[in-house]
Design a protein around this ligand. Structure first.
Ligand code: PA5
Length: 475
């Protein structure tokens, strides 16, 4: 497994005043070592794993969890041609990231069978989306995974009810139950209670693993295993990366180095937007997973001392080469408020020979006989060069290949990078009070008991809107 991080185009020698100086990098190095030390201390490594504050670094080493997944996947193999995940945010994006990276973007997976099941992810409550999805699946051949750590997220509960009702209508309650498994907190929450009531097959999200850091536990690995992916290889890659992420030497620790450069870009150069720019359609799911990880972890109102900081860096996903013809004009000439993170792949499993067709037309014929992989690589390097020339700081992560080990390692690299960046910003990268607040308003609006305070607060908000509307009438 080999993943590299190249920061040269972030330096002042490449992008002038938008780049970093040697002095700033030395300051960054001191902040990075402090971040590594404080994150390690915060983990409380002296305690048993289950009691440590953060559990994601341990997930690649959780043998018991993977054994349970593998045993279950083996026991149901051949019975289903569709795996339907019902979950949202951190309970859905990891499954998509893995599947997209290792089997390809969904529209391409047209042919599905019990040997190669389709993954359908219901991560929204758009009624047309849900009914279209249900119409596309055969209840007798669908395995449903209800995934929610809290066990009460309104969207997930509603979509789960829709799917469970659909299964029961078609097959009856007993057969429906046999086609449902849940992934949730070991002890807390309504979904855990439902598991006990209905005797659903179930798997655990460790209490010390938050949604967006949960891809390497049953939240991501159960759907992956059911779709036939090799979760041992994914975890082996992540384990190897974990070892690197604890190294104090920045040249050996890509997560710490990348965190340091992104922190410097944000705090020293005001680059408040990071464009994650994969040059591989298979990394599109990882880009969306990363968007949540970086946004929800670092976008915070207060720091750990309680001081209001309103910090964070807005992650944007762009796909190379497609978005060169959509976004790059803005990126090269618009506001210089972004840092670009290219994600390149050194070797594709098949380079895609371009047929040596001779048309007699020079603007076309030079491409014949070359490969699509060479063109993709040339486009990525050209875009990096063009942005650098326009003084737009950019860096490149390069994966040797898109296989299980590299994807597991890449995801783990980003989780550590995010944790380190959180330490450098002095914020808690593991909570999400802004999301929780929105969830409470939804509960209040949907009439859930115990949310009267939020219902009142919503009525106050409506009254303020009315007052604001009246205040501009006749102006
Ligand atoms: O990262 C997070 O914690 C969130 O994005 C959650 O994953 C998301 O809100 C879904 O929560 P739950 O798994 O409890 O349904």
């Amino acid at each position: 497994m080999n993943i590299t991080f190249d920061e040269i185009n972030l330096l002042t020698g490449m992008v002038g005043e938008h780049g970093l100086t040697a002095t700033e990098i030395r300051e960054g190095e001191a902040a990075a070592s402090a971040a590594l030390a404080s994150f390690r201390t915060r983990l409380q490594p002296e305690k048993p794993v289950a009691e440590q504050t953060y559990g994601f670094p341990h997930l690649p080493f959780d043998r018991a969890s993977r054994d349970a997944i593998t045993a279950y996947a083996g026991s149901v193999r051949g019975r289903f041609d569709t795996v339907c995940v019902v979950g949202i945010g951190g309970s859905a994006l990891g499954a998509w990231a893995l599947d997209c990276a290792l089997r390809g973007p969904h529209p391409v997976q047209a042919a599905f069978s019990p040997a190669n099941p389709r993954l359908v992810i219901l991560d929204n409550v758009d009624p047309m989306f849900i009914s279209d999805a249900l119409r596309s699946m055969d209840p007798a051949r669908t395995l449903v995974l209800a995934i929610a750590k809290s066990g009460a997220t309104a969207e997930t509960v509603a979509a789960f009810f829709a799917v469970r009702g659909w299964l029961e209508d078609a097959l009856g309650p007993a057969a429906a139950k046999d086609r449902i498994a849940a992934v949730t907190s070991p002890e807390k929450g309504a979904l855990r209670e439902l598991v006990a009531k209905e005797s659903y097959q179930s798997f655990e999200v460790p209490e010390n693993v938050g949604g967006r850091f949960s891809v390497l536990c049953p939240v991501g690995l159960l759907p992956a295993a059911l779709c036939g992916l090799d979760i041992e290889r994914i975890s082996a890659g992540a384990a190897e990366m974990t070892a690197r992420c604890w190294k104090p030497d920045l040249s050996e620790n890509p997560a710490l180095r990348a965190a340091m450069f992104h922190w410097l870009m944000l705090t020293r150069r005001g680059k408040s937007i990071q464009v994650a720019f994969p040059y591989a359609n298979r990394l599109w799911g990882v880009a969306f997973w990363f968007r949540q990880l970086w946004a929800e972890s670092l976008g915070k109102r207060v720091n750990r001392a309680g001081v209001v900081v309103h910090t964070g860096q807005t992650p944007v996903a762009a796909l190379g080469t497609t978005d060169q013809h959509s976004q790059v004009q803005l990126y090269a000439e618009g506001p210089n408020d972004k840092v670009f993170s290219f994600w390149a792949v050194r070797e594709f499993s098949s380079p895609g020979l371009i047929p040596a067709i001779k048309t007699g037309l020079e603007p076309m014929d030079y491409l014949g006989g070359q490969t699509l992989a060479k063109l993709l690589d040339a486009e990525q390097r050209s875009t990096a060069a063009a942005l650098t020339t326009a003084h737009r700081p950019n860096c490149t992560y390069t994966l040797d290949r898109l296989d299980e080990e590299h994807i597991g390692a890449f995801l783990q690299l980003f989780e550590f990078q995010t944790a380190f960046a959180g330490e450098m910003l002095g914020i808690d990268a593991f909570d999400q009070p802004g999301v929780e607040e929105g969830k409470k308003f939804t509960f209040a609006l949907m009439g859930r008991e115990g949310f009267g305070k939020h219902a009142q607060s919503y009525r106050d908000y409506e009254a303020r809107r009315e007052a604001a509307r009246s205040s501009i009438m006749g102006t």
